[in-house]
Design a protein around this ligand. Sequence first.
Ligand SMILES: NC(=O)C1=CN([C@@H]2O[C@H](COP(=O)(O)OP(=O)(O)OC[C@H]3O[C@@H](n4cnc5c(N)ncnc54)[C@H](O)[C@@H]3O)[C@@H](O)[C@H]2O)C=CC1
Ligand SMILES: O=C(CO)COP(=O)(O)O
Length: 317
Amino acid sequence: MSIAVLGAGAFGTALAISLAGKGAVTLWARDAHGMGQSRENTARLPGCPLPKGLFVTEDLAEAAKAQTLLAAVPMQKLRGFLTENATALDGKTIVACCKGIELNTGLGPVAVIREVLPNATAAILTGPSFAADIARGLPTALTIACADKPTCAALQQSLTTANLRLYRTSDTVGAELGGALKNVVAIACGAAIGAGLGESARAAVMTRGFAEMQRLAAHHHADPVTLAGLSGFGDLTLTCTSTQSRNYRLGLALGRGEPFDSATTVEGAATARAVDTLAQDNGLDLPITAAVAGLVENRLDVASAMKALLTRPLKEE
Ligand SMILES: NC(=O)C1=CN([C@@H]2O[C@H](COP(=O)(O)OP(=O)(O)OC[C@H]3O[C@@H](n4cnc5c(N)ncnc54)[C@H](O)[C@@H]3O)[C@@H](O)[C@H]2O)C=CC1
Ligand SMILES: O=C(CO)COP(=O)(O)O
């Protein structure tokens, strides 16, 4: 199965590096900045040399000749990217490699692919992994989700590498909701730690955040087992506990009252706003998500957000 990665951010580059270990891979970069010559993505993934079998191109039509296309652009850019390149992409197997919910529609990446490219087969690759870890060949396990079971099994085979182990599921909804919501909870956890509220507060936010992930997933008829797996609980654990996470670091900055570089890809900020709207429209109780939406929109400070959470009516767990 020929493979191309579309999007040369940190994650796209890391996946291409890992996949190039077992066969030729094309990496499409909007702006390659001489990556083909320097053999390094100095802007997004410095210190990780591009291996021999990795071909960098700025020609999307060339890259899109591959059978399997991994779309590694940020969630809020996915629709625009697919629309702009629909002629080259429709009819292909498109694997979303992004985490989030679209702000204007409340849709996840698989649903966006299906809407823009009606003849494509849509899948998602998600789960606990930092790009730098994958690129350095550290052991990592991810979820590949595709509603078409034979395609899912084929993707599992072709995208598994020596150090990157894939588990498969047909529950695309559960897989994309876990990956999207864990970023929101990570911002909340970062804020709690940044504000000096302590490790116990973080454990409370993580656990109650997981309850919100399960509630939203149930509303969308996702399989609870998916939420307990790599794409849900696994990624929640990683992202809420590591300063490698940009979502967690945004939370830390909010908690400390420090500035944060707005050019950094932080998927949880827009996703919190998207899911908060979805929750209000559907009568869902997602108080941590609402608090994070308030924080990122500067409507709320961490102290008021925490007070609002602690003074909610007492209830059964
Ligand atoms: N960095 C990581 O450790 C991981 C990231 N992810 C996910 O991967 C997705 C991408 O994140 P990163 O690669 O880290 O982001 P990044 O900030 O490193 O790179 C984003 C890339 O998208 C490109 N891009 C932006 N808008 C575009 C457009 N309209 N058309 C084409 N390309 C466009 C940029 O040029 C850039 O190369 C996110 O959804 C993130 O949650 C998932 C797992 C790990
Ligand atoms: O998704 C990730 C880890 O699985 C990367 O997290 P950040 O986007 O917060 O850096």
